[in-house]
Design a protein around this ligand. Sequence first.
Ligand SMILES: [Zn+2]
Length: 147
Amino acid sequence: MLIPARMSEAEERRWVSVMLDKLAAQENKRILGDSELAERAERLSAQYFEGRARPVSVRWVTNQNTRWGSCTPAEGSIRLSHRLQGMPEYVVDYVLVHELAHLLVPGHGPRFWRLLDAYPRTERARGYLEGVVAADRLPHLPAARGE
Ligand SMILES: [Zn+2]
């Protein structure tokens, strides 16, 4: 980041925070609708699971504040917390991939995480979400993985 010369420390701090807000706003401008979310899930399933994960419905929900995503394999339904809206695409994709994987493997055993290894940004996305949770000072870090 380029910082103009001759700034006082306070000015510099303000400048940095303005630039960070601008960057965040750029990341935030794209919010997918429910139908786009379903298309995205289909693409991710094709890309990482050879299309084997076939959700019946994929949608945003606003009543899910302690989990990023959830899935009911019997119904083939996937729900994503609206709190993910505005987060970077790779983070939303990670949660989708995570829930898609649950259509194939329930629980969080070694087989599940091996499936998730197919998605190259799993660790980075989990780190991002853990950071969000830590920033919120919520007491339930493990929920950052979704269910
Ligand atoms: Zn899970």
